[in-house]
Ligand binder design. Structure first.
Ligand code: NAD
Length: 497
């Protein structure tokens, strides 16, 4: 019998399901287990258990909440091999890449350990004669997170550690495509000492999500996923009076200036374009070469470097990247490659249908390089989310920047140059939320916040870091005056007149 991945509700593992769905090992193409898809009633039970846990958790001192996070961090480190194996089996990313993902998640737990400091609030003495005023950050209540398949461990850890240390209770709806590591990690949170009901995980699909979006007990929703769904989540959650941050898709460009150290740029681009099969919202999928000389050198060196790329199963650490998530997604990525060729681009390295010994049923796409891509092409306009690097040729840096600014997405971007003034102008003016200068994947560390601009983020506050304190709390400002009642002057024996 295939294992059924279920839910964690009020501290108990459950497998009730309105429906079930296969979970695949994308390297073999076989369904290795099933996931329970929660119906409305199960989600409502999770919300109710979070609601019941809230009063006590809200009043638990931040230091005690933080101590649970310290223990959680240790458990994550002790169980990292097991977690990475689960990620590899269901997502397909290579173990060392999964370890990097987990490390980035742990860094968010470390940031959450600073809760007492983060929640200190603001204080002003004598805002008027004998009047003091302070702002404190109170939890919202029950908040929800909805997460994508591509970082099954890290993205949930962007959300609930901070939400919990701020005093909220949480209902997480992870991706139904790779649910095992999420559930395992949530059990570690329980083991670390979290009271039952404070964190609940419900696996599910649209029915579960819609229940969270419309239930009045949910006060805020954090979402990470594709742009069409992010927009739907934001508009539906907002229409139901909830605070919402919805992070969407991306098309991240790298500008390759004529003075760039080309060997370094090629090296960086290799990892940033093909790592994790390009299934990263910060993947560099477009290289904009300034001048034909830079473009020719880039293509030549990139083509040569790509000869040694190794695609295969997660368990072989000599592989550079693994399969894409599903059979349908492989076909979609291959379709984008074909469409670029049909629309006049030049296919330099074709990664469609690679031979992977022993894994003929896997959902593999090899590293693909396409030159002479233009902004009108479908493969340029849309997010491919596969191991495909496209080269666009322009004549000036301004042309490259105009291209980036005109794109609907604005998640990440970077520039490769040796010129500080050009880099400064670029970072100051480009309409993108996260910018790298000779850094291909400018993912902010846990003590800065993460978020794109334009249609890569709906809402205002970014994910994790300092913005998370603001997102998961509401400000209350208290102003106080204590007129003298004479207590300090000692006992009064005379009858008050
Ligand atoms: P997705 O949008 O398909 O799914 C994300 C979540 O939404 C899942 O939990 C899923 O169950 C749920 N969902 C899907 N369809 C829904 C619907 N119709 N109604 C309600 N809920 C629905 O995204 P994905 O394929 O899992 O992840 C890949 C996408 O996520 C890419 O576009 C990638 O760029 C994006 N992403 C963005 C960031 C970021 O920080 N901006 C980070 C990681 C991934």
């Amino acid at each position: 019998m295939t294992a059924l991945v279920g839910h964690l509700i009020n501290g108990e593992m459950r497998t009730d399901a309105a429906r079930t769905q296969d979970v695949f090992n994308p390297a073999t193409g076989e369904a290795s287990r099933q996931v329970a898809l929660a119906g409305k009633a199960t989600v409502e039970e999770a919300i109710a258990s979070a609601q019941a846990a809230f009063p006590a958790w809200r009043n638990t001192p931040p230091l005690k909440r933080a101590r649970i996070m310290f223990r959680f961090k240790e458990l994550l480190e002790q169980n990292s091999d097991e977690i990475c194996r689960m990620i590899g089996e269901e997502h397909g990313k290579i173990m060392h890449d999964a370890a990097g993902e987990l490390q980035r998640g742990i860094e968010n737990v470390e940031y959450a350990c600073g809760a007492p400091e983060l929640l200190k609030g603001e204080h002003s003495k004598n805002v008027g004669p004998d009047i003091d005023s302070w702002s404190e950050f109170q939890p919202l209540g029950v908040v929800a997170g909805i997460t994508p398949f591509n970082f099954p461990a890290m993205v949930p850890l962007w959300m609930y550690p901070m939400a919990l240390v701020c005093g909220n209770c949480f209902v997480l709806k992870p991706s139904e495509r790779d649910p095992s590591s999420v559930l395992f990690i949530a059990q570690l949170m329980q083991e670390a000492g979290l009271p039952d009901g404070v964190l609940n995980v419900v696996n599910g699909d649209k029915e579960a999500v819609d229940t969270l979006l419309t239930d009045e007990r949910i006060k805020a929703v954090s979402f990470v996923g594709s742009t069409p769904i992010a927009e739907y989540i934001y508009s539906t959650a907002s229409a139901h009076g909830k605070r919402c941050q919805a992070l969407g898709g991306a098309k991240n460009h790298a500008i390759i200036m004529p003075d760039a150290d080309m060997d370094n740029a090629v090296n960086q681009l290799l990892g940033a374009a093909f790592g994790s099969s390009g299934e990263r919202c910060m993947a560099l999928s477009v290289a904009v070469a300034v001048g034909d000389q830079a473009a020719d050198a880039l293509v030549e060196k990139m083509q040569a470097a790509m000869q040694s790329l190794k695609v295969g199963a997660f368990s072989d650490s000599s592989n550079d990247f693994g399969p894409v998530i599903t059979c349908a997604h492989r076909d979609k990525v291959n379709g984008y490659i074909s469409s670029a060729v049909e629309q006049g681009a030049m296919l330099v390295v074709d990664g469609r249908n690679p031979e992977v010994a022993g894994y003929s049923g896997g959902f593999f796409v090899g590293g693909t390089l396409i030159d002479h891509v233009t902004p009108e092409m479908i493969s340029y306009k849309e997010e491919i989310f596969g191991p495909v690097l496209q080269i666009v040729r322009v004549n000036t840096m301004q042309e490259a920047m105009d291209l980036i600014d005109a794109h609907e997405y604005g998640n990440g971007t970077c520039i490769f140059t040796r010129d500080g003034e050009a880099a400064r102008y670029f970072s100051d003016n480009i309409q993108v939320g996260m910018v790298g200068i000779n850094v291909p994947l400018p993912v902010p560390v846990a003590y800065h916040s993460f978020g794109g601009w334009k249609r890569s983020l709906f809402g205002d506050l970014h994910a994790y870091g300092p913005d998370a304190v603001r997102f998961y709390t509401k400000r209350k400002t208290i102003t106080q005056r204590w007129p003298s009642a004479g207590v300090r002057e000692g006992a009064q024996f005379a009858f008050p007149s």
